[in-house]
Design a protein around this ligand. Structure first.
Ligand SMILES: *[C@@H]1O[C@H](CO)[C@@H](O)[C@H](O)[C@H]1NC(C)=O
Ligand SMILES: *[C@@H]1O[C@H](CO)[C@@H](O)[C@H](O)[C@H]1NC(C)=O
Ligand SMILES: *[C@@H]1O[C@H](CO)[C@@H](O)[C@H](O)[C@H]1NC(C)=O
Ligand SMILES: [Cu+2]
Length: 419
């Protein structure tokens, strides 16, 4: 059963504000949470929905605390994941420095299995590239990525002294002009710039959709500006179809060998426009059931008469992707990956919190799917309750439904909100 799901899913996976961030009064936000907003970005419909949902989140937590089920997590002590532009420039630079630190620390993954993993940063790429089928099956897509991002954030904090939390990107803030955005403008407080122009890079084919390609935004070559212009990408690629034709093949057929090269990007408005706030709002608001939410997130079935019918999952992956970001298996090799998956986690959380009683444990296609176990220690499960998320060298195994709860799940290790 999972083979059918994933064969369908994997192709779809391929799928100027100058004002400094400044504190504003919480407004409609829960007074228990320290909201910080950059006044250059008025709240969009999803931000407003999130704010409007906070009293319900508060009520939900009060019940959970009364029942003794919060594992010490409260809204007052929850970590806060913020939008990139809501961080001060100093905070953005601190984040960038921590990512660069992770890229210098020695790997913990098996050197024989992953000779191409050069750093702790690569440990995460190594896991994702060898467990892509499992990470993206119906049961795991949301929870396993939540845990994956959490462990990356934890490594930044525990091993590189980062004092903040993983930022997300609100695509809507950057969709009109991503190249000049605080996220990708290539200055010292950005996540690096665009790739140089590569006329051989045409974009990302989207078979079955109209248009059937996310046309190039004009980049595709090596990133030459900003903190990651000197980055050495080593693992992958595993799929030559989505990367630039100029990328050399990996010496190992599974992409795990050492293949030192530059980071390549195509900062792409055509992709980002598929993840605007109106789309994110419909995604959350139009689906009471997880299957519908999941399908729309993945752009399935393809929307008609839409110039950007990619689905937010695909759109977000190609905001800046070429190599390794454009290769579904090695996509965490571009640090922008974590901004995208954190955004998806935020959208999922807002969706769950519209009706926590019924949505917290909802798993796509829970009736009729089967997990692909992450390794031989685990059985195939047909019940989400029996499913285990085992990220091996990244962190201890956790029950799937524990990874669904960011306010007290994973024995309380998960305790964070989005602002
Ligand atoms: C909650 O905090 C108390 C006091 O620090 C501690 O003893 C207890 O083990 C914690 N419980 C959980 C579930 O983490
Ligand atoms: C970097 O870009 C941000 C966002 O556009 C801007 O606020 C900041 O002033 C820039 N920093 C420098 C040093 O140019
Ligand atoms: C699960 O699917 C089976 C077979 O289609 C059906 O008989 C059963 O009622 C379903 N269970 C639930 C809880 O929806
Ligand atoms: Cu993934």
């Amino acid at each position: 059963m999972w083979a059918i799901c994933c064969a369908l899913l994997l192709p779809s996976l391929l799928a100027g504000a100058r004002a400094a961030a400044m504190e504003v009064s919480p407004g409609g936000y829960s007074p228990k949470i320290h909201a910080v907003r950059n006044p250059a970005y008025p709240l969009d419909v999803v931000d407003k929905l999130e704010e409007a949902t906070m009293p319900d989140v508060d009520a939900y937590m009060a019940k959970k605390i009364a029942a003794g089920k919060n594992n010490n997590c409260t809204l007052e002590n929850a970590a806060i994941r913020r939008e990139w532009s809501d961080l001060t420039e100093a905070q953005r630079e601190e984040y960038v420095a921590a990512v660069k630190c992770l890229m210098k620390l020695p790997p913990k993954s098996d050197k024989t299995r992953f000779p191409g993993a050069l750093s702790r940063f690569d440990d995460f790429v190594a896991y994702h590239m060898t467990h892509a089928m499992q990470l993206h099956d119906n049961f795991h897509l949301f929870g396993a990525h939540k845990y994956f991002v959490y462990l990356y954030e934890k490594a930044l904090r525990d091993e590189c002294g980062y004092t903040g939390y993983q930022p997300y990107m609100n695509y809507d803030r950057y969709a009109q002009d991503p190249i000049n955005s605080p996220l990708l403008n290539g200055n010292a407080s950005s996540m690096g710039g665009n790739g140089a122009s590569d006329p051989t890079y045409k974009g990302v084919p989207q078979p079955g959709r109209t248009p059937n390609i996310i046309k190039t935004g004009g980049g595709g070559g090596c990133v030459t500006e900003g903190p990651f212009s000197d980055m050495v990408v080593s693992l992958g690629p595993t799929s030559m179809a989505t990367a630039s034709k100029k990328v050399a093949k990996n010496p190992r057929s599974d992409g795990t060998g050492s293949n030192p090269r530059c980071l390549r990007r195509d900062v792409n408005r055509n992709a980002a426009m598929g993840a605007t706030a109106d789309r994110a709002f419909s995604l959350i608001n139009d689906h009471k059931d997880i299957d519908g939410f999941y399908n729309e997130l993945l752009g399935s079935p393809p929307k008609k008469n839409d110039p950007y019918p990619w689905g937010i999952h695909t759109a977000g992956h190609y905001v800046a992707a070429v190599d390794p970001g454009g290769d579904p298996n090695t996509s965490p090799g571009d640090p922008i990956f974590y901004f995208h998956h954190t955004s998806l986690d935020r959208l999922w959380w807002i969706w769950q919190m519209q009706d926590p009683e019924n949505r917290l444990d909802a798993v796509p296609y829970a009736n009729g799917s089967m997990t692909m176990p992450m390794n031989r220690k685990h059985r195939r499960a047909t019940d989400p309750k029996d499913t285990v998320v085992d990220l091996e060298w990244l962190g201890p195994p956790v029950k799937l439904l524990e990874t669904h709860d960011q306010l007290g799940g994973n024995s309380g290790a998960f305790c964070y909100v989005y602002v």
